[in-house]
Write a protein that binds this ligand. Structure first.
Ligand SMILES: Cc1ncc(COP(=O)(O)O)c(C=O)c1O
Length: 343
C-alpha cells in the first residue's frame, strides 16, 4: 500500500519496533535515583561496553547529553575547540553559554572534519590571550556535511594534537559511522575521552541518548544531569527500547546508507547539476543546494515527499528504518517527476 507521505525529514521520525514495544511493556523498573532500575543499568552497561568506556549515563536527549558532557568537562570562562558547523554550535540554542558559561574557538571544517594541525595551532595560539581550552569537540557522523564520517588516521591525529585536553564526541550517529567505516564503535571511541550517542535516531527507540566515559566522569555527569532536571525515575520503560535498539538495529543501518545513495544519484540526475555532497555518499544523510529551498520543499510536499530545508538554499533528505525499498522507488519516481532545471 502506498503511503500518504514518504517522510525524509529526519531519522528521528522512526517509531519503536514491535520488539521494542514488547520489551517496554514487560520491562522491570525501579527508581533510578536510587539506582533501582535494572533496565536502565543494563542499557548503560551495554552502551559503555559497545563504546569501550568504563561507564555510561542514560539521558532524555542528545542535546542534554552534550550539555551535561560540557558542564562536566569545562569550567566557566573556558573555551571549546570545535568545527564551526557542529550541532553543539549551531543547533543547541547557545546551550553551552547558558548551561556551562563557556564559548567556542571554532575551526573551519572540511566535510565535517579538521586536521590535528589546526587543533595544535589553536591550542598554542590560545596562550597569547590566556584563553583556557577545556575541551575539543567533534561530530561523527557530521550532519551538515551530509553524514560524512571521521577516518581513523584523522582521529589519531586529533588525539595526538589535543594531548591532555579532553575530546568529546557528539556521536548522535556514531553507529552510522561504525557501519560505514568498518571500525568498531569502541575503536572509534578509543581516540576520544567521552562520547554521546542517540538511540532515538536511526536505531528507532522512542527516547533517549547515552553519555559514556570514565567511572569518575560519569559520576560527576550524573550530578550535572540532575542539575539540568534530567534525573528520571522508572526510566526502564523507555530504556528497554534502547536495549533492543543497540542489540538489533545497528547492522541494518547499512540499508539506510544504500538507500540514501540511490536518492542522491536520482537528485543529481534530475535536480542538481553539481553538489559535491551528493558524490560518494557515506551514510544516511543527503544534503544538496537549490536556489529556493522553501519553494522546493513545498513542491515535493505536494508530490508526496516530506523533507527539511536547513536554510534558504539547503535541502536535507534522511533515510531511516521506517522506510521500505518501495518507498525509495516511489521517492525516486517523484524526484523524476520534478520539472528539470527549475531549481
Ligand atoms: C549531530 C547531532 N547531535 C545532537 C543532536 C541532538 O539530539 P536530540 O534531538 O536527541 O536532542 C542531534 C539531533 O538531531 C544531532 O543531529
Amino acid at each position: 500500500m502506498k503511503r500518504e507521505f514518504i517522510d525524509l525529514r529526519s531519522d528521528t521520525v522512526t517509531r519503536p519496533t514491535e520488539k521494542m514495544r514488547h520489551a517496554m511493556a514487560v520491562a522491570v523498573v525501579g527508581d533510578d535515583l536510587y539506582r533501582d532500575d535494572p533496565t536502565v543499568v543494563e542499557l548503560e552497561e551495554l552502551f559503555a561496553q559497545r563504546v569501550g568506556k568504563e561507564a555510561a549515563l542514560y539521558l532524555p536527549s542528545g542535546v542534554m547529553a552534550n550539555q551535561v558532557a560540557i558542564r562536566t568537562h569545562c569550567a566557566p570562562g573556558t573555551y571549546i575547540i570545535a568545527g564551526e558547523r557542529q550541532h553543539i554550535l549551531t543547533y543547541e540554542y547557545g546551550g553551552v553559554a547558558r548551561n556551562a558559561g563557556v564559548s567556542f574557538l571554532p575551526l573551519r571544517d572540511e566535510d565535517g572534519r579538521f586536521g590535528g594541525d589546526l587543533v595544535s595551532e589553536k591550542l598554542t595560539a590560545s596562550g597569547f590571550y590566556d584563553q583556557r581550552v577545556s575541551l575539543v569537540a567533534i561530530e561523527n557522523t557530521h550532519m551538515e556535511s551530509g553524514g560524512k564520517y571521521w577516518r581513523e588516521a584523522e582521529l589519531k591525529a586529533l588525539r595526538e594534537a589535543a594531548g591532555k585536553t579532553p575530546i568529546h564526541l557528539d556521536g548522535a550517529r556514531l553507529f552510522n559511522a561504525h557501519v560505514a567505516s568498518g571500525l568498531s564503535s569502541a575503536e572509534i571511541c578509543s581516540h576520544v575521552d567521552t562520547v554521546m550517542s542517540c538511540v532515538s535516531k536511526g536505531l528507532s527507540a522512542p527516547v533517549g541518548s547515552l553519555l559514556a566515559g570514565t567511572k569518575d566522569f560519569i559520576e560527576r555527569a550524573r550530578q550535572e544531569r540532575a542539575a539540568l532536571g534530567g534525573q528520571m525515575r522508572q526510566a526502564g520503560i523507555i530504556a528497554a527500547a534502547g536495549i533492543v535498539a543497540l542489540n538489533e538495529m545497528v547492522d541494518r543501518l547499512t540499508l539506510d546508507h544504500q538507500r540514501a545513495a540511490r536518492l542522491a544519484s536520482a537528485i543529481r540526475n534530475r535536480v542538481v547539476v553539481f553538489d559535491s555532497r551528493l558524490d560518494d555518499l557515506e551514510t544516511n544523510i543527503v544534503i544538496f543546494t537549490v536556489s529556493n529551498a522553501v519553494a522546493f520543499v513545498e513542491d515535493i510536499a505536494g508530490r508526496g515527499i516530506k523533507a527539511n530545508a536547513l536554510d534558504h538554499r539547503t535541502i536535507r533528505f534522511v533515510t531511516h528504518s521506517d522506510l521500505e525499498d518501495s518507498d525509495i522507488d516511489d521517492a525516486i519516481e517523484i524526484i523524476n517527476s520534478i520539472p528539470q532545471g527549475n531549481w
